[in-house]
Design a protein around this ligand. Structure first.
Ligand SMILES: *Cc1c(COP(=O)(O)O)cnc(C)c1O
Length: 400
């Protein structure tokens, strides 16, 4: 083995030893409440395809039509070779759905955060993030060069103390831009940001808010626009972010907001400018999903999802006193030890249930968990099957 591979192998051995080894599992079926791998069918509680749209006929047909009309690839960045119609149709539909004047889509949610945060802020500015925001927002906040401050998860007193500090940085000639970044539904805990109070606070201090609605778009609020709609503050959130790969069942990320915001991103967001546009099929599928989510079927699927979430809480023996208007589809069962979490995920897999063991660095060390996600594609029978599989496992020491 050469020195390069020796170095890498030593690092990989350490990961194994720490219970942090990850590997890909080849799946031979579409995503759905049941998936197939290694020649066996598994009940799937791992996917963020919350509304069960990833393999929906309407999305498949829209994608196939886009391939037929626009081909498989986009050719180049949208600023270089022209911007294909499906992207514009998607963005118009998205802006109408979110109730904003404009929207811009990126190849992934990760690229959305990277491009947006680095376009908005520079070295003279301040970025303040919740301790548990997604890795893409952390990475972008580091990369943008602004002073980075982290507030304790959902702790508005801590946030206010940082805002007071930020205010003290203003001079008579210059005031730093201050951007707060949080998530509406936290991806690994499934809890909610105290959004209404947070918006009041940031307005008092003249700060801006970027809200990542990755796990709320398509699910929460009267029109399923997200938590900002549910809490009635959408028009006070400067930067509304989300993904097209979760409830919308396709792939990509988006920013919804003012025309000026979108124009700034087209001009400055490096992950948008210096990257080939997504395949037209992805845009067309996401567009079909947005239309579907707003209709009767979207309402029905959201209702079904909420019913499954309630059943999932019961099955996992987690407190059933949740506010029914704000149930999240993410239900973590906290285990603690990394190796223990992996062992439980393996035991469940042997019983035909697929659920990921989420470990460091996705969550803090010692807070490993099984992360169950409910989808509208699950049925009461699926939950009964999960309950039976869990019944054979040793009881967990802690619960979320
Ligand atoms: C999944 C996720 C992203 C990244 O989106 P992708 O489209 O998967 O790159 C961003 N933020 C949050 C909170 C997420 O859960």
């Amino acid at each position: 083995m050469n020195a390069f591979d020796q170095d890498l192998t030593a690092r990989l051995d350490q990961l194994r030893q720490d219970g942090l080894w990850r590997e890909l599992r080849r799946v031979d079926s579409p995503q759905g409440s049941r998936i197939q791998f290694e020649g066996r069918e598994y009940l799937n509680f791992s996917s963020n395809d919350y509304l069960g749209l990833a393999n929906h006929p309407a999305l498949r047909e829209a994608a196939a039509r886009a391939v037929h009309d626009f081909g498989a690839g986009a050719g180049a960045s949208r600023l270089i070779c022209g911007s294909l119609a499906p992207f514009h149709e998607l963005e118009e539909s998205l802006a109408a759905f979110k109730g904003t004047s404009a929207a811009l889509t990126f190849s992934t949610g990760y690229a959305t955060a990277m491009g947006t945060i680095t376009a908005l802020l520079g070295t003279d500015d301040i970025v303040i993030v919740d301790k548990l925001v997604h890795a893409c927002c952390i990475d972008a906040a580091r990369l943008c060069g602004a002073k980075l401050r982290v507030f304790r998860h959902n702790d508005l007193e801590d946030l206010e103390s940082i805002l007071i500090w930020a205010t003290s940085k203003a001079t008579s000639s210059q005031r730093p831009r201050v951007l707060i970044i949080t998530e509406s539904v936290f991806s690994m805990d499934g809890d909610f940001a105290p959004l209404h109070a947070l918006v009041e606070l940031k307005d008092r201090y003249g700060a801006w808010l970027m809200l990542d609605e990755a796990h709320a778009t398509g699910l929460l609020g009267k029109h399923r626009r997200g938590l900002a709609e549910l809490e009635g503050v959408a028009d006070r959130v400067e930067v509304q972010m989300g993904t097209l790969g979760k409830a919308f069942g396709a792939s990509g990320g988006y920013i919804a907001g003012s025309r000026a915001l979108v124009d700034l991103l087209i001009n400055r967001a490096r992950s948008f400018i210096f990257s080939t546009a997504p395949v037209p099929a992805a845009a067309a599928a996401a567009h079909a999903a947005i239309e579907l989510v707003q209709g009767k079927e979207g309402a029905e699927r959201a209702r079904q999802l909420h019913s499954i979430v309630r059943q999932l809480w019961q099955t996992l023996g987690i407190g059933a006193d949740a506010n029914t208007a704000s149930l999240s589809a993410i239900v973590p069962k906290i285990i603690g030890d990394e190796g223990d979490a992996v062992a439980r995920a393996t035991a469940l897999r042997e019983r035909g249930v697929f659920v990921p063991a989420i470990r460091y660095p996705t969550v803090a060390r010692g807070s490993a968990r099984l992360r169950f996600t409910a989808t509208a594609g699950h049925t009461a029978a699926d939950l009964a099957q999960l309950g039976a599989a869990l019944g054979n496992l040793a009881p967990t020491t802690t619960t979320a």
